[in-house]
Ligand binder design. Structure first.
Ligand SMILES: *[C@@H]1O[C@H](CO)[C@@H](O)[C@H](O)[C@H]1NC(C)=O
Ligand SMILES: *[C@@H]1O[C@H](CO)[C@@H](O)[C@H](O)[C@H]1NC(C)=O
Ligand SMILES: *[C@@H]1O[C@H](CO)[C@@H](O)[C@H](O)[C@H]1NC(C)=O
Ligand SMILES: *[C@@H]1O[C@H](CO)[C@@H](O)[C@H](O)[C@H]1NC(C)=O
Length: 394
């Protein structure tokens, strides 16, 4: 208590507020190639151990940084809030040998963290993307995620920027009540596996107002996610907004209660996609998903459900179906242009055909051929209402 009082006293004299923890006071060096990870982690530890609500300041400047952990629970967790105000440009170490765990910046076991500011988290992936062989090698070593959140509750991230991640930009795993707003995510369209936001095993997630340009999925929803609301997304280039791939592992949990609305998808490979592995061991289910008011601009596969997902023909038997059940999916008011002849693809498995799939007011043309696009269906009887372009499957 004495120490805290004394520190507060100095901070007030120094013009800062008590409860402010500035990385500069813990040895951060915002220039050159100094590894700032220790200074940042020391700052976090002091703030997290203070027992009071605290704001960590990362002022403007260029901070070179190897992997860093920010973990809780913080002292006095039920009555405090932790805030991270990021204004600087953080640059990830480019030597992959320095990443023991596969993440760059890791947040875990924190209740009540808010990250704000217009700071940039720069994964510097351009230096190492050529080492990614995951397209050829199924057992490839995963490159580091830029910002990983694990076992978090009551988190807000607002306004920060992620560029050139080595692999996934934001990984949100095993967390509850997570809000991501006003994010900007940017990686070249040919950068490998640079998913914008990957969510897995989470409850109550909101993602709103994000500009996502990437080489992977703009947003990927993995197993065990429920109650996720996505809106105001400008996605593209990239691979679209994706549920899956699901079903690869036996113990996967259901994916349910998803709303994706009021978004624009441009120049992507897929628009709205649900994919489950062919020959899957998992008997999980995907249900209650609503897509509403989505504009497609020259998207190759605007609407696609694929229960026979098997990239590069790596499945033992490609004709064996997925056991992941898909039901209660609504596409409402989806319009714009397709870059291919087939705007709606619904490939379901013979053993577990998709059920209760509704298409209402679909209006998608093939912009290149300047003609209506087509639908392609397998093991499914969708229900249609309102405008239908392409024409429904027979
Ligand atoms: C816990 O946090 C509250 C609210 O900030 C504060 O009033 C209280 O003194 C803190 N308790 C301890 C033990 O640090
Ligand atoms: C981060 O935490 C993990 C797991 O606790 C540990 O294995 C890793 O070495 C830590 N990384 C750093 C940079 O402290
Ligand atoms: C976080 O982990 C603890 C145990 O490690 C678990 O009890 C808790 O449910 C987890 N929280 C979330 C949100 O998953
Ligand atoms: C479907 O999911 C939405 C979004 O989480 C939720 O509001 C709604 O209650 C769910 N519907 C059913 C029937 O569970």
């Amino acid at each position: 208590m004495m120490n805290l009082f004394f520190l507060c006293f100095i901070y007030i004299i120094g013009g800062a507020l008590c409860g402010d923890f500035n990385v500069m006071d813990y040895g951060a060096k915002p220039y050159g190639k100094n590894d700032n990870a220790k200074a940042f982690m020391d700052t976090w530890k002091a703030a997290c151990d203070s027992g009071e609500s605290a704001t960590i300041q990362i002022p403007k400047g260029n901070y070179w940084m190897g992997p860093a952990n920010f973990t809780g629970p913080c002292k006095n967790v039920s009555s405090i809030e932790m805030k991270l105000e990021a204004r600087g440009h953080l640059k990830a170490e480019t030597d992959l040998n320095k990443y023991p765990t596969g993440d760059w910046i890791f947040f875990g076991w924190i209740d009540g963290l808010t990250i704000i500011g217009s700071g940039t988290f720069d994964g510097q992936g351009d230096a190492i993307w050529h080492l990614n062989d995951c397209a050829k090698n199924q057992n490839c070593k995963l490159l580091p995620t830029s910002l990983k959140f694990n076992n978090m509750s009551n988190t807000i991230i607002d306004g920060i920027i992620s560029v050139d991640s080595k692999n996934v930009n934001f990984g949100i795993i095993h967390s509850q009540n997570f809000k991501a707003r006003n994010l900007k995510i940017h990686a070249p369209k040919d950068s490998p596996n640079t998913d914008g936001i990957h969510v897995e095993r989470c409850l109550d997630v909101t993602i709103e107002n994000a500009r996502i340009m990437t080489g992977g999925d703009c947003i990927a929803i993995g197993q065990g996610v429920s109650n996720i609301h996505i809106s105001g997304i400008a996605c593209g280039p990239g691979h679209g907004i994706s549920v899956g791939s699901l079903g690869k592992y036996p113990e996967e949990k259901d994916v349910k209660d998803i709303v994706v609305r009021d978004s624009i998808i441009s120049g992507t490979l897929n628009g709205l996609r649900i994919k489950t592995w062919a020959d899957s061991p998992s008997k999980s289910a995907v249900f209650n998903i609503t897509y509403e008011n989505i504009i497609m601009n020259s998207v190759y596969n605007p609407i696609i459900i694929d229960q026979l997902y098997c990239p590069h023909g790596t499945c033992p038997d490609e004709s064996s179906p997925s056991k992941v059940k898909i039901s209660d999916i609504t596409f409402n008011d989806i319009r714009g242009t397709s870059a291919s002849d087939v705007a709606v693809t619904l490939r379901c498995s013979k053993m577990f055909p998709c059920t209760n799939i509704k298409l209402n007011d679909i209006d998608i043309d093939n912009n290149k051929a300047k003609r209506p696009a087509k639908s392609n269906c397998m093991n499914i009887k969708p229900s249609y209402s309102g405008i239908q372009g392409p024409l429904p499957c027979k």
